[in-house]
Design a protein around this ligand. Sequence first.
Ligand code: ADP
Length: 559
Amino acid sequence: MTVKLKTKITLGVVFLFTLLLLVGGTGFFYLNKTITEQHDILKDNYETIDYTRNMLLALDSSHEIKEFEKNLAGQEKNITEKGEGAATSLLRDHFNSYKIHPDSPELVNQLRHDINRIMQINLDAIIDKNKQLGQKADDATFIIALLLTLCALVGFSFVFNFPGYIADPIAKLTKGIKAIAGKEYGQRIHLTRKDEFGEMAAAFNQMAEELDRYEHSNLAKILFEKQRAETVINSLKDASIGIDKNGTVLFANPLALQLLSLAEIDVVGKNVSLLEKQNDLFRFLLSEESNKPFKIVLDGKEQFFSKETADISNTEGTIGNLIVLKNITPYKALDVAKTNFIATVSHELKTPLASSDFSLKLLEDERVGPLNTEQKELVQHLKTDNLRLLKVLSELLDLSQVESGKILLHITEVDPRIPVQRAIETVTAAAQQKQAVIESSFSENLPACKGDEEKIAWVLINFLTNAIKYSPERGKILVHVSNEDDTLVFSVADQGKGIATEYLPRIFERFYQVPGTEKTGTGLGLSISKEFIEAMGGTTGVKSDMNEGSRFYFSLPVA
Ligand code: ADP
């Protein structure tokens, strides 16, 4: 049978209360009994002694018959002891005789003897009753002491056991809850009790079991997802490395490990700060330099790679990033073939174009034969087209030079005024056609810069040609050279239509032309300019806004 904790506590308290009542009741009972018995002794025996004493006194004075009579009557009504009745009736008989013969000394003696007899019976009874009362008091003391000992034992056991009885399961439960909070779902509470604590322990164990099962099912799911992700990562054709936001490597697929020449155990779980110290390629991958295609010798063969990075994000934002190394060796070979092809074709086309230009010049000569107006116009058109073609071809040749890494640089100390002058002279005819005004200005005390004068002039010509091309008629173009820190900054500013901010980041890309631009150019000029300047150790840039004009600039180190 299940006894509830509440019932147990009630029963315990009732039991203690009962013991208290029992002790109190027993004490009260014995006290009351003693008082009653004492009262009875007083009533039964002391009254008799009083009567007998009064009767003796009455006998001593012969005039007190009435007094004797009164006390004898009282005694006759107070016969309580064994033999007292017979002694009293004898006294009555002798008293009656005494009343007839009041002067008989024998009768007086007899009366005295009877009275003493009654007195003795009562005194004996008092002693006897006292003895009995003492015995009863001892019995009561013993019973009360027994009850008190029992009470004390039960009380002590209650005091010692009860707090533990309540507190122990609570302590066990607290320990269990703490363990669960610490994700120790294997924790159980062992209580065999069948009360509320037992029910509580069973409920706790059931909860822990459910949590355990939930955790394990989740763990299995997570493990499955991890395995799946690992399979996907490992089967990637590109070398991939995942790094969390604290810089710890989360994964690296076999291809990445092969490139790094490291084992998985030496990479995964390690911090990049440690890895970049130990591994050159890792250090290179974390640097800006690796944003351009780079070369790695793998199994004795040169392989080209390009690096791509992507953020790994979840709902809370970016939690790390992914580095992917794409093997671009096949494309590189194709690119080289394309570059060679362009170089060959451009070169081959240049000679017949130059000779056709020469033939056109001959045609224009009156000595060869006069041309009518229409023929002259046709020859003029042909010359313009020829010039354009020659320009395109020379840009393609420059591009192939850049692409094959074969830029021939003749680096010297260059006075900035010279290439500026040359460039302005070269574009004067084109500027005149559009009635554009080109002005040049130089900061004071300009030092020389380090670079290839030809290439600097080439870039300036490109900037100026664009400025003329994309400016309205009678536009003003300013070429300025200033000294900033350890560099010379060459800039070409125009008052043209400008470039929308969204297109600026792509303006130096190959073949890029701002949407809506007249397709007269190739979109190569700015990209070649950038390559030339960077080859000379400088940087290029642009500041522009719609209808605000543009300012193209490049910087070169001071000599
Ligand atoms: P293109 O042969 O087309 O001029 P570039 O590489 O020299 O090739 O220029 C790329 C594009 O940048 C141009 O097509 C044009 O849209 C834009 N651009 C260059 N210079 C200017 C300029 N000064 N003002 C406005 N747009 C310009």
